[in-house]
Design a protein around this ligand. Structure first.
Ligand code: ADP
Ligand code: MG
Length: 606
């Protein structure tokens, strides 16, 4: 029912037109602006007079011109009488304005468009918000789609809503197979605990970096690191769970391998019978093992973090050796089995073998060094005992020959004394002979005593010629007893070496005694001192004895190997050890029934 108002229709229309909050306009059939209201002017930035010289096309965004033309055609073809579209205008200042355009077509009697009535609403803000949302959604989708980690979403009933391609790759399930079903990747034995976790997530918790196990379609279990968080709707209500899983199986295996290796190494260091020390590059002790505490008497606490040579650990006599070894490891070289000495906390001197090597990090850079000390003190003492017993046994064996040897001079002295007693007078010549005989006895006895008495080892410049003639004196008697002759030949100029006189005597006595014993029916022993360079001398002892068969030759140097009834089988071993301690070497050549040549090479002393 229409109300009767005191206002004319055109006036009412023009009021509505002018004051409408949305833009309104009348357009000619050709699209010329005929009348615009102030809202449209505000939306587009153009004034009323600007509009009157323009068409709809003039302010249409170029990308929307085509659709605008198509719509116009539809009006012309009478397909439509009204239309609504979202399109863009170009504002007077050049910016884009999104509008909702509603068009009504007024037609003439021939049904040709006469006039368009348009309503125009500024929707720029909504459009921009929409575009922004679209861009964000696309970003998020691409992020999920292209993520290297498997991503899934479940709803409140644990039904899978979404999985990404990484999920399909990691677990072997395709999206179609699993969407709409329960999450298929939880192994049975974890169902309860995962259920509990899911309850927590649904209550709003987030779990980050959970290390757990998941099951692939083929049944294989894999280690994953999972992050679970609530899935919320726009209102913030929790409607499900999102999960992100990363396969850490390889990492896990590498970790386990590393752990096993570290444990092995740990146990190797800690349970090693040798003392092990680890230093950093600055020379501070990083750690020591139990054997270190045991061998040297210092506790781990006392030495860790200390520069070890600040402790009374290195005897003064070994400081040079220490500096040298330290330089070597600091420049990245190893020190292999150097025999040296170190001090126990209680001051005891320990014989040790030192092995040191640089420690490198994964990139090959030196980060410190390790030092291993093997305590050979007891072994050293055993060796000395062995040498001594060999010495004593040789002395004992020599005693018989020596007793024989000194009986002759004693007999002659006795004769002279009787001669004098029976009144033959005291002629000076008797005394000279007696003195010389007594001196010979003295010499032999003192040599025997030197051999029998334990001596402290003293390296000094020694004349090989003097040494060998003293040895020959000592063995003379046994040689004579066995009908053996010594032939000595010393090359002029070959004189001094550096060594311990008694130890070297022990060596030559042993070899010459062996030579004598190899010739039961006598023969010659050649003793040559020679040299073919200015570094070392060669002492060659050749006999004409029984020779050494091949199978015995290979056993030489083994302790207690002897072919003699009263032999010790130690002589060769001890001699070899002594020569090696003198930086020398021994070479044996032998032919059965022809003889044996022992060649000893020793460095000269300058
Ligand atoms: P021992 O003399 O107490 O038997 P050694 O170690 O001195 O112990 O010698 C070991 C063995 O080597 C001897 O028993 C002997 O069989 C052999 N041998 C050593 N030197 C000679 C040599 N010059 N001629 C022949 N055999 C030798
Ligand atoms: Mg011997």
């Amino acid at each position: 029912m229409a109300m009767k108002l005191n206002i004319s229709q055109p006036e009412l229309f023009s009021q509505v037109f002018e004051y409408s909050p949305i833009g309104m306009a009348l357009l000619s059939a050709q699209g010329n602006w005929l009348q615009v209201n102030s809202s449209l002017c505000r939306i587009t930035g153009y004034s009323e007079s600007d509009f009157l010289g323009m068409t709809l096309q003039d302010i249409t965004h170029p990308e929307d011109l085509e659709t605008t033309r198509q719509v116009n055609n539809q009006f012309l073809d009478e397909k439509i009488d009204s239309f609504q579209m979202e399109k863009r205008f170009i504002h007077k200042n050049g910016s884009t304005v999104w509008v909702l355009l509603a068009i009504n077509c007024m037609r003439d009697d021939n049904r040709l468009p006469l006039l368009f009535i348009t309503q125009i609403k500024d929707i720029t803000e909504r459009k921009l918000a929409e575009e922004d949302l679209k861009a964000k959604t696309e970003q998020l989708e691409s992020f999920i789609e292209n993520n290297a980690d498997a991503i899934w979403m479940i709803d409140g009933e644990d039904t899978l809503l979404e999985v990404n391609p990484a999920f399909e790759r990691l677990f072997g399930w395709s999206a179609e197979e699993v969407k709409g079903n329960k999450l298929p990747i939880i192994p049975d034995f974890l169902k309860d605990s995962i259920d509990r976790i899911h309850q927590g997530i649904k209550a709003g918790e987030t779990v980050v970096g959970l290390e757990t196990i998941r099951q692939r379609k083929d049944g294989i279990l894999i280690h994953v690191e999972a992050t679970l968080s609530p899935l919320r709707d726009r209102g913030g209500m929790i409607i499900g769970i999102t999960g992100i899983c990363r396969d850490v199986t390889a990492k896990k295996l590498a970790e386990e391998e590393l752990k096993a290796k570290t444990e092995q190494l740990e146990s190797f260091i800690e349970n090693n019978a040798d003392s092990i020390l680890i230093f950093n590059n600055e020379g501070f002790v990083q750690r020591v093992n139990e054997a270190f505490e045991h061998i040297f008497g210092w506790s781990k606490e006392e030495v860790t973090g200390v520069e070890l040579h600040l402790l009374p650990f290195i005897p003064a006599e070994c400081l040079e050796e220490f500096k040298h070894s330290r330089e070597q490891v600091q420049t990245g070289q190893s020190v292999n089995g150097v025999e040296t000495k170190r001090l126990h906390k209680n001051g005891d001197l320990l014989n040790v073998v030192l092995t040191a090597s640089p420690i490198l990090n994964g990139k090959g850079k030196q980060i410190g060094w390790s030092v291993i000390f093997r305590d050979i003190t007891k072994w050293k003492i055993a060796q000395e005992h062995l040498q001594n017993s060999e010495k004593l046994s040789v002395a004992g064996q020599l005693a018989a020959g020596i007793a024989h040897e000194i009986r002759n001079p004693i007999t002659s002295i006795k004769g002279f004394i009787q001669l004098m007693k029976s009144g033959f007078g005291e002629k000076p010549v008797y005394f000279d002979i007696m003195t010389s005989e007594i001196e010979r006895i003295e010499l032999i006895l003192s040599e025997l005593l030197i051999l029998a008495k334990p001596q402290s080892i003293k390296f000094e410049r020694t004349d090989i010629r003097v040494l060998l003639s003293q040895v020959m004196t000592l063995l003379d008697s046994q040689a004579i007893l066995n009908n053996v002759e010594f032939l000595a030949e010393f090359k002029p100029g070959v004189t001094h070496l550096y060594g311990d006189e008694n130890q070297l005597k022990q060596v030559f006595i042993n070899f010459i005694k062996n030579a004598i014993e190899s010739m039961p029916s006598g023969g010659k022993i050649t003793i040559e001192v020679n040299s073919d360079n200015d570094q070392e001398m060669i002492i060659r002892l050749a006999d004409q004895g029984c020779g050494i068969p091949k199978e015995v030759l290979s056993k030489l140097g083994q302790p207690f190997y002897t072919t003699k009834e009263n032999g010790t089988g130690l002589g060769f071993m001890v001699s070899k050890k002594i020569i090696e301690n003198h930086s020398g070497k021994i070479n044996v050549e032998s032919e059965v029934h022809v003889g044996t040549i022992i060649e000893i090479t020793l460095p000269f002393s300058s």
